[in-house]
Design a protein around this ligand. Sequence first.
Ligand SMILES: Cc1cc2nc3c(=O)[nH]c(=O)nc-3n(C[C@H](O)[C@H](O)[C@H](O)COP(=O)(O)OP(=O)(O)OC[C@H]3O[C@@H](n4cnc5c(N)ncnc54)[C@H](O)[C@@H]3O)c2cc1C
Length: 811
Amino acid sequence: MQAEVPDHARIVIVGGGIMGVGLLYHLAEEGCSDVLLIEKGELTSGSTWHAAGQCPSLVGNYNLAKIHHHGNTLYPKLEELTGQYVSWHASGSIRIARTSDDLDWFKYMQGIADNVGFRMQIIGPDEIRKINPFMNTEGVLAGAWTLDDGHADPAGLTQAMARGAKNSGAAIIRHNRVTDIRALPSGEWEVVTEKGTVKAEIVVNAAGCFARQVAQMVGSDLPICNMEHHYIVTGPVPEFEARDEEIPVMRDPYASAYLRQEQNCGLVGIYEHNGITQAWAPSGFPNWDSDCELFSDDLERLMPWLARAMECMPVLEAAGIKRIVNGAIPHSADGPPLLGPVAGLKNFWHCCGSSFGIAQGAGCGKYLAQWILYGDAEINMTEFDPRRFGGYADDDYMQAKGFQDYGMTYLTPLPGEELPAARDCRTSPLQKTLQAHGCVYTQTFGWERPKWFSPDGRTEQYSYRRNNVFEVVRDECLAVRERVGILDLTGFAKYEVSGPDAEVFLNRICANRIPVKPGRIGLVHVLSEAGRIQAEMTVTRLDDDRFYLLSAAAAELRDLDFLCHGQLPDEEVSINNVTNDRGVLVLAGPRSRDLLRTLSDTPLDSVAFPWLSGREITVAGLSVRALRVNYVGELGWELHAAMADMQGLYDALWAAGQEFGLSNFGLYAVNSLRMEKAYRGWGAELTNEVTMLDAAMDRFIRFDKDDFIGKQATLQQAEQGLSWKLVYIEVDASDSDIRGGEPVFCGDLCIGVTTSGAYGHCVQKSLGFAYVDIAYADAETRFHVDLLGDRRAAEVLAEPVYDPANDKLRT
Ligand SMILES: Cc1cc2nc3c(=O)[nH]c(=O)nc-3n(C[C@H](O)[C@H](O)[C@H](O)COP(=O)(O)OP(=O)(O)OC[C@H]3O[C@@H](n4cnc5c(N)ncnc54)[C@H](O)[C@@H]3O)c2cc1C
């Protein structure tokens, strides 16, 4: 008997694949049972039922690894917990390295394994053959053997979590399509289904390949491309039959394939690339009738890769192909799933875009449930937040990025690698000019932003170690420290907040005091009720009731939401996103004032124009909002000019700057310079995982203010004490520096994790940040950081290694 559609549910989840059911299970586990999941067909009848069921531990980054690890911890126990058979095979996996970059990545990932807590060993070819005697190890350097993962029946996992959720009181209605979702004046949602309408406080879109359609029901959109993906199952392999033990799941970049045992047969899945990939419903709008659908196979497309796979495990060749599965996988534009709130809407969430949904379903459900119910997850969710994409992510963007991401599934991710698809979505007016200076761009929230400037046409040789741009970046850093540098940071997110209640409003949502005098600038943070860091912004008071706010380019939509959602109904405040109105040039270095003086009549001395102040000035005849701040720790100004004036402004500065040794610099140099000043970075040191006190940002909290969001929790933490804390460290590194995610050890005890780092070229020290157990947070404490498999000595520093008293900034 099917349940009837109730009038009301606190949370409605649209979609009963492993992502929706994983969320349902974890909401119920957290004690929230007033949840209804609605599925248009049977549970799993979208992408989930036909998946190959592998759950790897080894993935590209620290937070995603935590998501995978949760699945690999829960799935082996699910049958015992729920009584539902899930066919968990604890086979482990071996990923193959064929190049020194592959091996360096393993060494980096070994650190992440140590941190996250899954077992991993880097093993040589002989060891690989001992574990899998069928693997051809010719050309193989090493393997990353992860022992805690395996594969399972995707339908079994989903049904088990569904059963567990139902046992805790959650409800599921099948064979009932959601046809519309409407916002009610009460702030609730009306979810219209084929069998009735239900009111919900919160709606979650877990519609898999249909997620774009569901998003459009509420006027939103999603950068999802649905890819076709094949695996083949071979006939029985006698050599498998002769063994008691199952071989691990093998993954080899040479064949862009996974290879494993399926009972006594072989199973090979291919992520084909080199231009021949295929999307299902390329627009992202599949037919609603599609249910348990598979596509006709295209073996021709796979053949070159299958041939390679057979080279890797020749034992499969004679077994022939018994079955071919070609099904749809939803792919987000950049790889990780889309987990989090929808930009501009309250109480509408996404839980979709997962291309490894079997491996990720449980972990995504766990951390998203925490976020929905408590306002924060216990892991950093920045890289999963759907608001990491904006309106620039159109159909072409989704498809180009989706194809790229699919093809790269088994390629080793390389630090700093610039990928070609869907570039130039958002560009500064200076792009051509800077390219003529050798600018190499990187992309953030669609914006092309200068990364470094090639002085001699060289291209970057991507590596986990210091590479051929090391000395180029050093020269850019020295130019800023010794002379003057210029950087186009047009991509900054910019907002104007105005109105009679603007100051009260900002003081209420920010932990720091909003600048009192017009023209003053302050650094402020938006916290959650639990006191965790949500946003960091620079606020300039333009007038009594007008403020100019700047935040990270990547946070444009997130921070707009914090501002808009933070406003109370009776507060008279107007919030405008003015990001596209102005471009930004950073002019920084000891000669910056001398240079600017040649183009402006405004007094620029420290009395007339002090550090942390801003005003409208004229530079080369152009109106510019000049702010005396920067992220590199030098005398300098950010010049915010109308987009149309950017070219004229840059040209004038460049011409006048020759006399002062003006040099272009990019974001690689910024990272080195900010590390020398111990400036924390949003998304790395400052995340939803931590509080202001954890991040040692106490000086940006004003407890003497009446109230601000997160004050009570911050006070409580101050009273209770910290369990971990951010420390600034110097590392005895040789040819590689901290990237973030490396484990910190005291003896064999893992006491913390790094968040970011860089070589400080001007101080000639390798520097980084790490969150460590509070017992190790005092200055001069010594411990070790694991850098690519080497335990490197590190020491906690008491203060920034460059200009700790900020004399250069005040000068
Ligand atoms: C051949 C193949 C092999 C794979 N192998 C693996 C693997 O080994 N490991 C791995 O981790 N991943 C694998 N995947 C990927 C995995 O299948 C997907 O990532 C995962 O199934 C996505 O789950 P989902 O819940 O997001 O989507 P789905 O399973 O598609 O669930 C979405 C559900 O929403 C329902 N729905 C949509 N719109 C509505 C509506 N309006 N009203 C009600 N219901 C609606 C759909 O009917 C569907 O059931 C594989 C995929 C393929 C194609």
